[in-house]
Design a protein around this ligand. Structure first.
Ligand code: SF4
Length: 492
């Protein structure tokens, strides 16, 4: 067994994965970890991964956890002893090392007298391409350590699972056995490891930024690598929506203003003209025509949802979007707006009270207006599925839901949108409203706030403060729709 030394930094499956994404990323991880800047969702992703991993182990109550606290040598020795003694398993975090490459196998399950099934637990809903390299590194190290593998699987979330009994998560996971594919890839691990070591022994590698900086992971060193990048044009061609800018960028065009409208589709030509002339494109008549069929009163609706990988409430599925909040601006006589809202932060199942509050607040003849309505429609359909006694009014609401986003897309563009028609991009171009100053300012931070508030350990005054932040955010989302609709119609 070759041990790593300070002059020969150790490798792990995650470091090798980093190397396969970008050699410079591995070098920075090892030599300049102080330069890493995690994105705002990193903590939530880590927490999800931790919860899913813990649950996968909990489904095997007789398993043995190889604790890392005693140090690497102790973990390696305990693992070797359990394997040699033909422990019935399963083993969690079984620890192996070969050629200075350390792996901790999520779950090893005994098969027959000498075989082991390896399971790498992931919170994804299926295997991804980059999982294979991860698995191949483990297959290589485990086999070199003398472990006889009968399968090597990505143990992922099964989206068909429904939580039918409190705490019963049997069936939450499904295995995708990739032993054959991983075995083929395992053959090149010595070369990959040697190449990674060569990179670590040298200076910081030169690598231009590109698509690889975001795939398979958003690189935590993007700020460092982009610090010396040349300043681009004020209006980069990549502003063009629907990937239209990428095509021009690939042809060496960096500046949107270097293009001619005749080269572009009508929508892209509008973006170019509005940008170049600093004059918004506005087809108010077209917008009014598009919205003319929306029967009054109008009910502007927005949901905030939580979608845990591990279902929290009976009858829910992995990653189901469960609404814990809605805001509703309801148009009354003369265009006056009444505000209604629902928010549940006590951690109980919010679906029924949310659905009942919706039904009570929205008149049966109202047209429901949402921005990017596919999301609200889906939430309504899933509420109807889960609450059969309320299905009729909920499905009727879904049928009466219309979408403001395509109206904005077709009939308005201001260059400050920089190629985006998200409500946060459109709102300040059509009204004086904006999201600055809010503590909860997007769906991700709303989920974080809800998770903190719904935690039983959250203090009452903190929970109250979080609830107020959530209410302010969601109310602005529906008020924003009112403002955008009026602006599109030229009534601003
Ligand atoms: S930002 Fe891009 S180029 Fe820089 S280390 Fe990360 S992946 Fe490599």
């Amino acid at each position: 067994m070759t041990k790593p030394s300070p002059s020969r930094p150790g490798l792990s499956k995650s470091r090798i994965t980093a190397f396969e994404q970008c050699p410079r990323r591995l070098w920075l991880m090892v030599h300049r970890p102080d330069l890493a800047r995690q994105d705002s969702g990193a903590e939530a992703r880590f927490a999800t991964g931790h919860d899913v991993g813990a649950l996968a182990c909990a489904l095997h109550p007789g398993g043995v956890m190889i604790e890392p606290e005693g140090g690497l040598d102790a973990a390696l020795a305990e693992t070797a002893w359990l394997i040699a003694e033909r422990h019935p398993g399963p083993l969690f975090e079984a620890t192996f090392q070969h050629d200075g490459v350390l792996v901790r196998a999520d779950i090893l399950e005994r098969e027959g007298r000498n075989g082991w099934r390896l399971a790498e637990v992931k919170s994804s809903t299926g295997p991804k391409d980059y999982h294979l390299g991860d698995l191949a590194t483990q297959v290589w190290v485990l086999r070199e350590a003398g472990v006889s593998l009968t399968s090597a699987a990505i143990r992922h979330i099964d989206t068909g699972f429904v939580l039918a009994r409190e705490g019963d998560y049997a069936g939450l996971f499904a295995d995708a056995d990739l032993l054959d594919e991983a075995s083929v890839l395992a053959q090149n691990r010595p070369k990959v490891v040697a190449a990674a070591r060569a990179v670590l022994a040298g200076e910081e590698p030169v690598r231009e930024m590109g698509d690889h900086c975001a795939s398979p992971f958003a690189c935590e060193f993007a700020a460092w690598c982009s610090r010396a990048a040349p300043v681009g044009p004020d209006w980069p061609v990549t502003i063009l929506p629907n990937g239209g800018g990428k095509k021009w960028a690939a042809q060496g065009v960096a500046d949107l203003l270097a293009l001619d409208e005749a080269q572009l589709s009508p929508k892209h030509a509008r973006v170019l003209a509005a940008t170049r002339d600093d004059r918004p494109f506005h087809d108010a008549m077209g917008a009014r025509a598009a919205m003319a069929g929306w029967a009054r009163p109008l009910a502007f609706l927005d949901f905030e949802t939580i979608n845990p990988a591990v279902p929290r409430w009976l009858g829910t599925r992995p990653y189901q979007q469960v609404p814990f909040q809605f805001s509703l601006h309801l148009e009354g006589a003369g265009g006056a707006m009444a505000h209604h809202e629902f928010l549940s932060v006590d951690g109980s199942d919010p679906r029924r009270p949310c659905a009942e509050a919706l039904i009570a607040a929205i008149p049966p003849e109202a047209t429901i207006v949402a921005y990017n309505a596919a999301f609200e429609k889906r939430v309504l359909r899933e509420l109807a599925r889960d609450l059969p006694d309320l299905a009729r009014p909920l499905l009727a609401m879904e049928a009466r839901t219309v979408d403001l986003l395509p109206v904005a897309r077709e009939h308005w563009y201001h260059r400050d949108q920089r190629g985006s028609w998200s409500i946060k991009a459109v709102l300040p171009t059509l009204s004086a409203l904006g999201y600055e100053g809010l503590e909860v300012k997007d769906g991700g931070s709303a989920q974080e706030a809800w998770l903190e508030a719904a935690d039983p350990a959250c203090a009452a005054d903190r929970r109250w403060a979080l609830a107020e932040q959530l209410k302010a955010y969601c109310a602005l989302d529906t008020l924003a729709m009112v403002a955008v609709m009026r602006g599109l119609a030229g009534e601003g």
